[in-house]
Design a protein around this ligand. Structure first.
Ligand SMILES: Cc1ncc(COP(=O)(O)O)c(C=O)c1O
Length: 368
């Protein structure tokens, strides 16, 4: 199999697996326990906190471990109180849009920031949304489908001038571009372990001192009282190791991805594919494209038969038969949006993988 769906999830890095192993079996102490084996687990969790803090450019006390990006987004939005005005963009992940909808049903108002034809936040729409000052904004840093990177520092800076609390979903950005929390001007930021070659079911919410989201679960003092429940020590250790590796290997990773992406886009151009948001800055590993007259889900299944794993949009939305809401928000025509496939590259991919992928695509489309 040639795996080309790293924005959905990544395989566990061997070095991460090795770091986790002792905490799956030998070091099983509860990190809240005071005796030695408990203290060993506590110390492992705190080391991981430092590693994740380094990736996010914050101090360890600003890192709250969660069960992943979804929980981090939900917890961040739980800072919203009734009757607040909320601003989100039209290209947020469902783990932001669905909690936002819930707040709308609880007497909050929700404004939607539109994007332009490239998938970048639209200035006019921003000004309209801010004519009545929002209280809280959640704006995605890098989109999971198109890979488009927003100038969050700039938008968040404008919002903070108006004392708006700003959260960013950096789940796809983490490990793929430098992340300096303070320079981004946000007060809350979500990241996830399994997008950076760490284990699934682990993530973090980065939080500025003084911001106090309502905990989603109660019943213990863990994670400064924001997330009750015995910590998933092995997963946290893995997340920490993955964060350390992502930071130290980022330049190498980016160069490798940019080279592969260029080859992929050259091959797609020969097939007359439309590459979405190609004109703007995107994650170096992400290419979303459409081919006129082709059904994306069918193409995905045919590629699967040939041993390629790709996505027909966001993994969460696939199988729904509807065009991707992100492509709809960009204004891509329904038929072209329904033909969309997303290739997201990862560190095991090679130039030969890309050549094979393009060749298989040509064969399936009968364009050899
Ligand atoms: C942009 C974005 N936010 C949030 C999530 C959810 O993260 P997790 O799978 O860790 O819950 C994803 C996962 O695909 C994502 O792409």
């Amino acid at each position: 199999m040639i795996y080309l769906d790293h924005n959905a999830t990544t395989p566990l890095d061997e070095r991460v697996f090795e770091a986790m192993q002792p905490y799956l079996k030998s070091f099983y102490g509860n990190p809240s326990a005071l005796y030695r084996i408990g203290r060993l687990s506590r110390s492992a969790v705190e080391t991981a906190r430092e590693q994740v803090a380094a990736l996010a450019g914050v101090s360890p006390s600003q890192v709250l471990f969660t069960s992943g990006g979804t929980e981090s987004n939900n917890l961040a939005l739980n800072s919203i109180k009734s009757h607040m005005r909320l601003l989100i963009s039209s290209i947020e992940h469902p783990s932001v849009t669905e909690p936002a909808e819930r707040f709308r049903n609880r007497s909050c108002s929700v404004d939607i920031l539109a994007v332009d034809e490239n998938g970048l936040f639209d200035r006019e729409s921003f000004e309209r949304c801010c004519s009545d000052r929002p209280d809280f904004a959640s704006l995605i840093l890098a989109n999971n489908e198109t890979g488009v990177i927003q100038s969050i520092a700039e938008w968040a800076g404008l919002l903070r001038e108006q004392s708006v609390i700003v959260h960013t979903d950096a789940v796809q950005a983490a490990g793929k571009m430098p992340l300096a929390f303070n320079a981004l001007n946000v007060q809350l930021m979500s990241i996830s372990s399994h997008k950076i070659y760490g284990p699934k079911g682990c993530g973090a919410l980065i939080i500025e001192k003084g911001i106090e989201p309502e905990p989603l679960q109660l019943g213990g003092g863990q994670e400064q009282g924001y997330r009750a429940g015995t910590e998933n020590v092995a997963a946290i250790v893995g997340f920490g190791k993955a964060a350390e590796l992502a930071l130290s290997e980022m330049t190498q990773w980016r160069n490798q991805m940019l080279n592969l992406r260029q080859l992929l886009e050259q091959g797609l151009a020969e097939l007359n594919a439309t590459i979405f948001s190609q004109a703007v800055e995107r994650l170096p590993n992400t290419v979303q494209f459409g081919i006129d007259g082709v059904d994306g889900e069918m193409l995905l299944m045919q590629l699967d038969k040939k041993g390629f794993a790709v996505s027909s949009g966001s993994a969460c939305a696939s199988g729904g038969g509807m065009p991707s809401p992100v492509l709809t928000a960009i204004g891509i025509a329904q038929d072209l949006a329904k033909s969309a496939l997303r290739v997201s590259l990862g560190k095991a991919n090679t130039e030969a993988d890309i050549a094979e992928f393009i060749q298989s695509l040509k064969t399936i489309l009968n364009r050899t």
